[in-house]
Design a protein around this ligand. Structure first.
Ligand code: TYD
Ligand code: MG
Length: 465
């Protein structure tokens, strides 16, 4: 087969060049040239032989209503948490990208599910980073059963991987990792934008044709982005990120994009000596036992799941010209805004105090429903008060000091009640109706942040210091 020609194409102006230039000779933009394969002269890309199964009629448009309903069959990955994040299991023929920092456990997660899926489906695990021996050792450590049909291929050459996929036609194939694969038709190094894009596109074409579900492992760059072109994220059906604190044992799997399920769905795992174990009762991970001053409990929603999480604040007189504000697990801008609201509407001289804030268990809480909890933790630390045990705080702060209703309040309250919390401070007019009656939870409704903090902490919040 003649080698398909590769050219360098400028990503800003589309100009083509035969060799790499640091700067585009046409439009002058820097680092914009990316290598890609030229389409063959007959207008088709290589390897794209027409599929005999695809009759010409199937290529015409169809009336939407006349299409058959085909329920999505999903493959179970052997882990409830993984299935939940995928939207109920792996969809045959879909393409899933799993990204994460090095060493976080991507290979462990995928090898473990490959092993479990091999019990009911044919699975090929392509290891482009580790040798077959290394993978075997890990697999022995992870799986209890010796009997398995899991196929392993330790290979970095794209052509050979495609050949093996075509020969085996597995239900599921795992590519660990897409950055380590190499297309010999391109001159650029493995892991470069051109390579990643061409390898992923070639794999996708083959996988869609033969209904193989593909899971690609992707690396995360130093900036925290999934390495490789953004186009990779557009190409795949689902983007999952695997994250966690390297110093703690729990890991979070999150769906950033999912064509077959909800996004922001969260799966929780714990890294143990025998691989990743599911976490049954996640809220316990994020609750601290001690009731110290400056600890407040919120209920965060991640996808369809709610988590009860402790926040801790430390407010201390500053010894710097401008006070320090550090937040772990919550955006610093959000913290600045809440501090400004407290200063303006409760008259607290916070600009003369350092403020540190941390979310327990390394969770990232992005939603504004955590605002009231942050405010309560800060004020409790400032006034040296302890929030009574069994109280959760839910609400968004407006810039005028008012408390705004939040979404999924019912879900949050149910989780708090399930864990034995007795009181919840919530925004007034959340439209709860008779809901509270069904739950074993006292609702304290407040209109403003001051009112909410008095309800939670008592009149002492307004004492002059
Ligand atoms: P790995 O899956 O290789 O990470 P990635 O593919 O994302 O780079 O996991 C690496 C870490 O996981 C490694 O530091 C050791 C730890 N680990 C365990 O704690 N228990 C286990 O059973 C396994 C397989 C790994
Ligand atoms: Mg790995």
């Amino acid at each position: 087969m003649p080698k398909p020609a590769a050219v360098f194409v400028c990503q800003s102006c589309g100009a083509k060049a035969r060799q790499f230039f640091g700067r585009c000779p046409e439009c002058g933009s820097w680092n914009s040239l990316v290598e890609q394969l030229q389409p063959a002269t007959d207008g088709r890309r290589r390897r794209e032989t027409p599929d005999p199964a695809q009759a010409p009629a199937a290529r015409r448009s169809t009336a939407m209503a006349s299409l058959d309903d085909q329920p999505l069959q999903r493959l179970q990955t052997g882990s409830e948490e993984f299935d939940r994040v995928l939207g109920g299991g792996l969809v045959p023929g879909s393409l899933v990208l799993v990204g994460g920092d090095p060493g976080i456990g991507k290979s462990t997660l995928l090898l473990q599910s490959a092993s479990a899926m091999a019990h009911h489906s044919s699975v090929l695990y392509v290891s482009a980073e580790e040798s077959a021996q290394q993978v075997k050792l890990r697999w022995q450590r992870l799986s209890e059963t010796g009997e398995s049909d899991l196929q392993l291929l330790a290979e970095t050459d794209l052509e050979l991987v495609l050949e093996e996929l075509e020969a085996l036609r597995p239900d599921v194939a795992i590519i660990d990792s897409i950055q380590a694969l190499h297309d010999a038709n391109l001159t650029s190094a493995p892991g470069s934008v051109g390579q990643v894009r061409e390898c992923a596109a070639a794999l996708q074409r083959l996988a869609k044709r033969q209904t193989t579900a593909l899971m690609l492992v992707g690396h995360v760059t130093k900036e925290g982005m999934l390495a490789g072109p953004k186009v990779l994220e557009h190409l795949v059906d689902a983007v999952l990120t695997f994250e966690g604190d390297r110093f703690a044992s729990h890991r979070l799997l999150r769906a950033v994009k999912n064509r077959f399920g909800a996004t922001h769905e969260l799966g929780l795992f714990e890294m143990q000596a025998q691989g990743l174990a599911e976490v049954g009762n996640p809220s316990e991970l994020f609750l601290s036992d001690a009731r110290a001053s400056g600890v407040a409990t919120i209920v965060a929603c991640e996808g369809t799941r709610s988590l009860v999480v402790d926040l801790q604040a430390l407010v201390n007189v500053t010894s710097y010209a401008s006070p320090r504000r550090t937040a772990t697990g919550i955006g610093t801008n959000r913290l600045h805004q809440i501090l400004a609201v407290l200063e303006k509407h409760m008259g607290l001289p916070l600009s003369r105090f350092d403020c540190y804030l941390a979310v327990a268990g390394g969770l990232e809480v992005e939603e504004p429903a955590a605002d009231l909890g942050v405010a309560a933790a800060v004020v409790a630390s400032f006034r040296d008060l302890t929030l009574p045990a069994g109280t959760v705080l839910i609400g968004e702060l407006g810039l005028g000091g008012q408390l705004r209703p939040v979404g999924q309040l019912e879900l949050r309250l149910q989780e708090a009640a399930r864990l034995g919390f007795q009181r919840a401070v919530v925004p007034r007019g959340s439209g709860l109706g008779g809901l509270a009656a069904g739950l074993d939870l006292a609702l304290l409704e407040a209109e403003s942040v001051t009112e909410a903090l008095v309800l939670a902490l008592g009149d002492a919040v307004n004492d002059q210091k």
